[in-house]
Ligand binder design. Structure first.
Ligand code: KIV
Length: 272
């Protein structure tokens, strides 16, 4: 079924709720730098996530835990300079909101003031409720993140599908309801059964954005480097690669090396 798409000059948190009400799916993609964000924004992606996955994709860490607030602000401010249409959501990194709600608010304010981002995202439910409340009270839009929350990877032990057991599924549903009631404008659900994700999406009025959570939710998010096939060693079932940029880039760069070695580059037209 096709849905009439409304044109948005600038996507806001309100537009996302409107999209859910109109049955228009929401597209969300990560970016961490100006050049990539310019392309993503021009392609009309609704939400750009400055994810703490920058820790993996950009910095080469094994987990998202090491990235700092200062580093997130640096990435976010580069993205904000490029985004003319998309809503820019910035992850608050591990260790910058869990200890108490005052610290959470300080971190969120730094992100908003120093990067110019439009909203923040935090991982977790009931256990970070006070932090979410305080950030929202300051007028900062908050997006939740439930299911596989990578900042808790050492608690989970693996990156496998979450909430397959009834008790975890029940807590996830309660957490989603709680985040909605607190005033969050959306929730990311990562790597949970599609049936559960659909049930959550149908039970709340705010948009549910899935990654590895099936098609019954209100929108999808991917890491842009995965979609483009730059991270060729990462192959989860949920990932659809639209390009094999790893191979394309490798072959272009090898060609450049050959051309320099063989003195083919630069030629007469490529010099002054
Ligand atoms: O950091 C990130 O890229 C994310 C997405 C996987 C949702 O949180």
């Amino acid at each position: 079924m096709s849905v009439a798409k409304k044109e948005y000059k600038r996507v806001t948190v309100k537009s996302l709720i409107e999209m859910k009400q109109n049955g228009e799916k929401i597209s969300m993609l990560t970016s961490y730098d100006y050049s990539m964000a310019k392309i993503v924004d021009a392609a009309n992606v609704d939400v750009i996530l400055v994810g703490d996955s920058a820790s993996n994709v950009i910095a080469g860490h094994e987990t998202t835990l090491p990235i700092t607030l200062d580093q997130m602000i640096y990435h976010a401010s580069s993205v904000v300079r490029a985004a003319k249409r998309a809503l820019v959501v910035v992850d608050i990194p591990f260790g910058s909101y869990q200890s108490d709600s005052k610290e959470a608010l300080r971190s969120a304010i730094r992100i908003m003031k120093e990067s110019g981002g439009h909203a923040v995202k935090v991982e977790g439910g009931e256990e970070i409720q006070e932090s979410v409340k305080r950030i929202l009270q300051a007028g900062i839009p908050v997006m939740g993140h439930l299911g596989l929350t990578p900042q808790s990877i050492y608690k989970f032990g693996t990156y496998t599908v979450r909430a397959k057991e009834e008790a975890e599924a029940k807590k996830l549903k309660e957490d989603a309801k709680m985040l909605e009631e607190l005033g969050c404008f959306g929730i990311v659900l990562e790597k949970i059964p599609a049936k559960l994700a659909k049930e959550v999406a149908e039970s709340v009025s705010i948009p549910i954005i899935g990654i590895g959570a099936g098609n019954g939710v209100d929108g999808q998010v991917l890491v842009v480097h995965d979609l483009l096939g730059m991270t060729h060693e990462f192959n989860p079932r949920f990932l659809r690669r639209y390009m094999n940029l790893y191979e394309e880039m490798s072959s272009a760069i090898s060609q450049y090396v050959d051309d320099v070695k063989s003195k083919d580059f630069p030629n007469e037209d490529e010099q002054y």
